[in-house]
Design a protein around this ligand. Sequence first.
Ligand code: PGA
Length: 236
Amino acid sequence: MRYIIANWKMNPQSMGEAETATRQIAEGIEDLKEVEVVVCPPFPFLQSLTPFTKANLSLGAQNAFWEGEGAFTGEVSPLLLKNLGCEYVILGHSERKKYLGETSEMTGKKLVAAAKSQLRVILCSENSEELAEILKGVDKQVGSSLIAVYEPSFAISSSGKSNAESPARAREQIDSMRKLLEETFGAAIPVLYGGSVDATNIKGFLDEAGADGALVGHASLDPAEFCSLVKEASLR
Ligand code: PGA
């Protein structure tokens, strides 16, 4: 199974646009096999997008808090997301570290809480050292909820310009993350690549770097481009 995750970040600006894009994605990936697509829109759109979910299309959130309920102004609990029909959550994204000061300890607490609420966690990190820091003290059973992402922050596109990591260097990092995950959880955990992935370079990350899929930001905002990217991933 391959995983292609659409990280829409703080886009689009209206519910109508989010619904149209999700409908186009759902139609465009209809016949594709062995690939799970996860659309991660801003929180306010999640509920209205649940009618579009189906066997190969799920919804994910872009963050969740580490507490289950209570006086935490502005936060969203994993259980609340699960109850909305969300199956996945992205945690530890480098933009949350850069702009909001999220630490590995905070990401680790969020990971444990999300797994407890039966969400699958798409866990981003820069390298295996940072991944090890996040996983410090995390129970073995969390492994079954985990999908890791090697996402070096320098490779994330800003202004639509591609700075993708080379597949060869991505392979080294992905292999070392796989080894750490296997040692920590005693099981094979999927590892994805993220950073300037598009329809033209996805194959290199799957075939040469050996990734189990990709976390896609900018290229997930155009449904036609995103669907051709997913098609590339499903041809294998
Ligand atoms: P990008 O973003 O594909 O636009 O580089 C990826 C991400 O930030 O998850």
